[in-house]
Design a protein around this ligand. Structure first.
Ligand code: GLU
Length: 421
């Protein structure tokens, strides 16, 4: 989160519900269905002990929320962050439902989170925390029920511990219980890059639609984790100039372009992108307001808000993060003619390749990276086309276009299944 923000924090769950309400209203959704889809199906809160290296016992709090199971098992990542709240996890779970429906993969939506700053834990403490948290949420998860994955601050190593913990309890190896695993444990080729790759596929489509030349375009990326750092590299591969990137430590700006590979090496050595030779230090907030063609928020929720949206100068905003733009800011961007590629479309590449990973695990199969990337492109391009068509048909922004498709698909599935009992 940007350090500049002083106003009362924006509640992500209220944002998610108001985005849903807008689509439900436009779709003239049956009031009963509306009540069902507006709330999560299940919310689990766990408080669990972890033995710390200093001999003390600490109790941590975590959550797993399943928003909807209508189209298949719950799917969604687990994040480790000191600011995690139940409302944030509920919002992220609801967004997963729509995301899976937008790209047409057979999942519902779920999400998990633990209130912890993982940078303050030793590797052994992180392992004990991960294994115990997964044990606590085992009442919900399973390859046919709910399949976690990486999110903010969670890695393939953590997915391996999750998978091992679950497998030890079952007495046999269950690779399909979690995605985002290392290749050696049934992970998929291309999964690590998938969120960023999918995002760049949507940017390529948007640029073609707008008649923009990516080779002459400048890019600013907020967040230099898995999604942001790889998106920056892939935009360079497209011929664009990446003029700014940032992480929790702050941002760096160089108008004639950053060498993304070297920035990555710098961050590895110094723990932050800040201080990169030849760059100017900026804040996370300033990055969003830079004069650039493409802005990729790839960090946290509520970054583009009513407070700073007037200063956003990009022509395309591609949300690699979940929930970076508030509804008020969305409205302003739309009026300004900014082309918004919403999170539930822009970052759906991650969960799409998670789906490929799960299919490969269930089939004891392994696809080539070429195959994975080609299949990902087909799905992303199709979803982009469907969302653009909705947006043009109804004269609404791409977020509402995406919601119209997603909510309709989930509503249809829910209505066809009918009410039990
Ligand atoms: N955490 C990612 C997301 O927000 C990936 C989820 C998944 O692969 O299940 O989409």
């Amino acid at each position: 989160m940007t350090t500049e923000q002083t106003a009362a924090p924006i509640n992500a769950w209220q944002v998610a519900q108001s985005q849903f309400d807008l689509a439900a209203e436009m779709l003239n959704l049956d009031p009963g269905l509306r009540r069902v889809l507006r709330e999560p199906r299940r919310e689990l809160t766990v408080h669990f002990p972890v033995a710390m290296d200093d001999g003390s016992t600490q109790v941590f709090t975590g959550y797993r929320v399943q928003h909807n199971l209508g189209r298949g098992p719950a799917k969604g990542g687990i994040r480790y962050h000191q600011d995690v709240t139940i409302d944030e996890v509920k919002a992220l779970a609801m967004w997963m439902t729509w995301k899976c429906a937008v790209v047409g993969i057979p999942y519902g939506g779920g999400k998990g989170g633990v209130i912890v700053d993982p940078k303050k834990l030793s590797l052994k403490e992180l392992e004990r925390l991960s294994r115990r948290f997964f044990t606590e949420i085992e009442v919900l998860v399973g390859p046919e029920r709910d399949i976690p994955a990486p999110d903010v601050n969670t890695t393939p190593q953590i997915m391996s511990w999750f998978m091992d913990t679950y497998s030890m309890h079952q007495g046999y190896t269950v690779p399909g219980v979690v995605t985002g695993k290392p290749i050696s444990l049934g992970g998929s080729e291309g999964r690590n890059e998938a969120t960023a790759r999918g995002c760049v596929f949507t940017i390529v489509q948007a640029a073609a639609h707008l008649g923009m030349d990516l080779k002459k375009s400048t890019v600013a990326v907020q967040g230099f984790g898995n999604a942001g750092s790889i998106a920056a590299r892939l935009m360079v591969d497209e011929g664009s100039t990446v003029i700014a990137v940032s992480d929790t430590g702050g941002g760096i700006w160089k108008q004639d372009g950053l060498d993304v590979g070297k920035v990555l090496a710098w961050k590895k050595e110094h723990g932050t992108v800040v201080g990169f030779p030849g760059s100017q230090t900026i804040t996370n907030g300033q990055l969003l307001e830079l004069d650039c063609d493409i802005l990729i928020p790839a960090a946290y929720e509520n970054q583009i808000t009513a407070a700073n949206v007037d200063n956003v100068k990009a022509k395309i905003v591609a949300e690699a993060a979940n929930g970076p733009t508030t509804p008020e800011a969305d409205e302003v961007l739309w009026k300004k003619g900014v082309f918004m590629i919403p999170d539930i479309l822009a970052n759906a590449g991650g969960v799409t390749v998670s789906y490929f990973e799960w299919v490969q695990d269930l089939n004891r199969d392994h696809w080539t990276e070429e195959d994975v990337n080609a299949k990902l492109k087909v799905i992303m391009d199709k979803a982009f086309g469907e969302v653009l068509a909705q947006s043009l048909k109804h004269g609404v922004n791409m977020r509402t276009g995406a919601y119209l498709n997603a909510v309709q698909r989930v509503a249809d599935a829910t209505a066809m299944r009918g009410l039990y009992p």
